[in-house]
Design a protein around this ligand. Structure first.
Ligand code: HAM
Length: 392
């Protein structure tokens, strides 16, 4: 589904390696913080420092710097990532993401397009309890001035900060804003806000993003304390949160602009924007919201073969080729045992084949709701099952 959402907006699929040079991920966290602290890194047999990818954006920028495709370069991806985190519900050491990245376009309307794609994907899944929060970190100079102001603020109120946040403050004052600890609440509430530091150009860009979202009638909240956990962001950042998940793991996905990243990886100055959505958390949210019905797992027919099993192989093959969902029993079990399986599968019909039916070229179709069974010709089976309502 994600592939069709992305393809409809002109994005092509990109497959990047799971293993990259460690240097590709060097910009993910200042001072060995956050994602870079959680990397699976090691020296390979040739003594090269490599890492399992903790995310895909840096790999996309590395590929861009290496191959220099024409811009705008619009790509989507899917696949596993690895972070050495403390495993818990919604936080795993291997997790899957889908995402998009666009390189070479500065226009705020592209930020809107990218956010709208994620929104469309969540909508297409049927999720309702999703909130979009947006913020702008400003230009690099704005961000640097803000970080200084935050440092001053938190240092003057550091007695009121938790021990963990006092340590975070030394490494990266922005990340103190992420703290959900009660002791930090007052100092965070009184902290300066990034909006006060936006240059006119950054403020204009952020206004244009919000205008685009409003034009598309996509609901959002501006959250001045949103900073995101990766250090490459500039200007727009955003996150999709689910109210169906615990607040510590409620981010289903997020992204933003990372205009300096390609350059940092040896390419020409190139603006970039994108997002990644966590599939594991998205599936948990789908479960919590009950968006997947179990109907789709129910076969249209369950084939019961008491002649050894070869006929079930052929019949299920024919039914599946005709677009029906068919299941069967294995291990040449008794008729009774196979009927039990048919019952458990919740298929509306059992298709029974014994020696007599094989000899006559027929099958027995038994409605599982207790209706009368009938014998029909094998070549009538598909049409017969199609004509039957699939629910009992
Ligand atoms: P991220 O916020 O680190 O951003 O990850 C995006 C999403 O991946 C999270 O919101 C979450 O759903 C999922 N995720 C992250 N870590 C885990 C984990 N340990 N277990 C389960 N799910 C997890 C990025 O990765 C950026 N590359 C996004 C981006 C793309 N920014 C610009 N372009």
């Amino acid at each position: 589904m994600f592939a069709s959402v992305a393809a409809s907006a002109g994005y092509g699929q990109l497959i990047t390696p799971l293993l990259e040079d460690l240097g590709v991920f060097a910009r993910l966290g200042e001072g060995g913080e956050g994602v870079s602290k959680e990397m699976y890194q090691f020296a390979d047999k040739g003594g090269r420092d490599v890492a399992l990818r903790p995310e895909v954006t840096a790999s996309v920028c590395r590929a861009f710097a290496e191959h220099r495709p024409t811009t705008p370069w619009k790509v989507w991806y899917t696949g596993p990532n690895f972070r050495y985190e403390k495993p818990q519900r919604g936080r795993f050491r291997q997790f899957d993401q889908v995402g998009v990245e666009v390189l070479g376009v500065d226009d705020a309307q592209l930020d809107v397009e990218v956010i709208a794609l994620a929104d469309e994907f969540f909508r297409a899944l049927g999720l309702q309890r999703i909130r979009l929060i947006v913020n702008s970190l400003g230009e690099p100079d704005d961000r640097a001035r803000y970080v200084n102001a935050l440092r001053d603020h938190f240092e003057s109120s550091s007695a009121g900060l938790s021990t963990t946040s006092r340590e975070t403050l030394q490494r990266n004052p922005l990340r103190v804003l992420d703290s959900k600890r009660a002791e930090d609440e007052a100092a965070i509430a009184a902290a300066p806000q990034i909006g006060e530091f936006h240059s006119p150009a950054a403020a204009e860009h952020f206004e244009a993003v919000q205008g685009g979202l409003r034009a598309l009638e996509i609901d959002f909240e501006v959250e001045p304390k949103l900073v995101r956990g990766l250090d490459y962001y500039r200007r727009t950042i955003f996150e999709f949160q689910s109210d169906a998940l615990d607040s510590a793991q409620n981010a289903l996905g997020g992204g933003g602009r990372y205009d300096g990243l390609v350059e940092a990886l040896g390419g020409p100055p190139t603006p970039g924007v994108g997002f990644a959505l966590g599939l594991d958390r998205t599936l948990i949210a789908c479960d919590e919201e009950g968006v997947f019905s179990s109907e789709s797992e129910r076969p249209d027919a369950f084939v019961v073969d008491v002649t050894g099993g070869l006929h079930a192989t052929v019949i299920t093959g024919e039914l599946r080729a005709a677009g029906l969902v068919a299941d069967r029993g294995f291990d040449n079990r008794s008729m009774k045992a196979q009927m039990k399986l048919a019952n458990r599968s919740a298929a509306p019909s059992a298709v029974i084949v014994g020696e007599d039916e094989v000899a006559a070229g027929t099958v027995i179709v038994k409605p599982m709701d207790g209706g009368e069974q009938i014998t029909i010709r094998r070549d009538e089976l598909v049409a017969h099952l199609r004509a039957r309502p699939t629910t009992t």
